[in-house]
Design a protein around this ligand. Structure first.
Ligand SMILES: NC(=O)c1ccc[n+]([C@@H]2O[C@H](COP(=O)([O-])OP(=O)(O)OC[C@H]3O[C@@H](n4cnc5c(N)ncnc54)[C@H](O)[C@@H]3O)[C@@H](O)[C@H]2O)c1
Length: 440
């Protein structure tokens, strides 16, 4: 296996192509997006990811990697194209099938095809059948097909590509063995070998379990608010139990994976996924509830001050310390609030550039200090590290709605004695409690 073609140069495909090139393969990156291909070949990594620019420069300069819009014969094809859902929430596999059509045009005996995109159970078998039908070669005999789901965390992609354990599932034993030869070249962690359907199911179960866990945290928050308690404290103290590990509540679930993948299981197993459906509903409802609570706070401010408040939104990305806005609940909340004309909206997100901020909101990204000085109401949606470091004491007289725990100070222990904090130390929670009115 000498030449590798990575199909789809996005968050997953581009870093994978670069790593493969650094570890001895001759790599081409095939993408249908002409502009993206040109930018990549001109040393522009297109996405924000630590180390990406230096590593791209290196592999382009050594000629071990290049991007192209024309697919070429290769020994191994890695498919990393999008798998969103359709309006009815069923998986949209059209990108995978289009990729398969392109591969079939250049497929030859002995080739290895590895599907890294997240797919519903059974899709790898369908991929093999489609390749067979278009190429007239026999899957599992003339060419080999596997599924190796990707688990990397944006922001740590290069570390995790090498250090995460991988599940490799093939349509037959030979397909697994061939795919293993590719990953063995650069993955330092264990490679677990299985069949394709198990590998597909593993990935979907992983992300669904995260979605259910987040929904549980969001329900704990709803119950805590109702009792005028701080959910972050309830969860912190519950987690002092040696076998309990509850996640923190948030303003919703975003990104490409956790909010999407459970639907692939629901689509295939409608009768066994009541819990997954409930979790999706709970997490999907959260942005709307955050908007309602914020609106009450705004209206109350207006009544008592007889002027429009300045509302500062902290954070737009779908999770802390990354630039990814895809399916971001914080962005959804900001967009919904931006249509109201009775507020002056300020938005601060250190990971969103000014160009994007203009495109989305027709305004500048407000520097944190300026925003904090100006704001009457502060809405915390994403727990970026920079926000955690802000001087909270100067904000005592502002209205703060902290939905992600930026303001929460965990219990401190002094010589084995827990410091008693009474009343609750989180000024922001008190504000949320005042405006929740049962909808959180
Ligand atoms: N982003 C993540 O953190 C992450 C993590 C784990 C798994 N995944 C899964 O990996 C897959 C890819 O996700 P991503 O985030 O890299 O997507 P992305 O949208 O960032 O990139 C996909 C790329 O594929 C290209 N493309 C689309 N159709 C094509 C075709 N027919 N031929 C060639 N190129 C084509 C697009 O132009 C785009 O550049 C998805 O299934 C996703 O669910 C993503």
């Amino acid at each position: 296996m000498k030449k590798v073609c990575v199909v789809g140069l996005g968050y997953i495909g581009l870093p994978t192509a670069i790593v493969a090139a650094k570890y001895g393969f001759e790599v081409i990156g095939y993408d249908i997006d002409k502009e993206k291909v040109e930018r990549i070949n001109n040393f522009d990594p297109v996405i924000e990811e630590p180390e990406l620019l230096e590593k791209l420069r290196e592999v382009l300069s050594y000629n071990t990697f290049r991007a192209t819009t024309i697919i070429e014969q290769s020994d191994c094809f890695i498919i990393a194209v999008p798998t969103p859902f359709l309006e009815n929430k069923d998986a949209d596999l059209s990108y995978v099938w289009n990729a398969a059509e392109s591969i079939a045009r250049v497929l030859k005996k002995g080739d290895v095809i590895i599907l890294e995109s997240t797919v519903p159970v059974g899709a790898t078998d369908s991929l093999a059948q489609r390749l067979e039908a278009s190429s007239k070669l026999k899957a599992g005999v003339d060419f080999y097909v596997s599924h190796c789901p990707e688990r990397v965390l944006p922001g740590k992609i290069f570390f995790e590509l090498i250090n995460n354990p991988r599940i490799i599932g093939g349509i037959n034993q030979e397909s697994v063995e061939k795919a293993k030869l590719f990953y063995k070249q650069f993955v330092k962690a264990s490679l677990y070998l299985t069949n394709a359907t198990t590998a597909e199911m593993v990935k979907l179960v992983e992300n669904s379990s995260r979605d259910v866990a987040i929904a549980f945290a969001n329900q704990v928050a709803a119950m805590a608010y109702k009792m005028r308690l701080d959910p972050f404290e309830v969860i912190e103290l519950a987690n002092k139990h040696p076998r309990v590990n509850i996640l923190n509540p948030s303003c919703g679930v975003g990104g490409h994976c956790i909010a999407v993948d459970p639907w692939f299981l629901i689509q295939t197993f409608p009768e066994h996924t009541a819990l997954l459906k409930a979790a999706r509903q709970i997490n999907d409802a959260k942005p709307r509830q955050v908007v309602q609570t914020t609106r009450r706070c705004i209206e109350n401010w207006y009544r008592s001050h007889l002027q429009r408040p300045k509302l500062l939104i902290l954070g737009l990305t779908y999770k802390p310390d990354i630039d990814d806005l895809r399916e971001s609940p914080a962005l959804e909340i900001a967009k919904k609030l931006s249509i109201f004309t009775d507020i002056d909206l300020l938005i601060c997100d250190p990971y969103v550039n000014n160009e994007t901020m203009h495109e989305l909101f027709n305004q500048e990204n407000v520097p944190l200090k300026h925003g904090l000085d100006q704001a009457d109401i502060i809405l915390c949606l994403v727990k970026h590290t920079q926000f955690k470091k802000m001087d909270k004491l100067v904000l005592q007289h502002k209205k703060i709605l902290d939905f992600c725990g930026v303001f929460y100070e965990p219990h401190r222990e002094h010589e084995g004695q827990d410091q008693l904090f009474w009343p609750a130390n989180n000024i922001s929670i008190a504000t949320i409690i005042d405006y929740v009115q049962g909808d959180l």
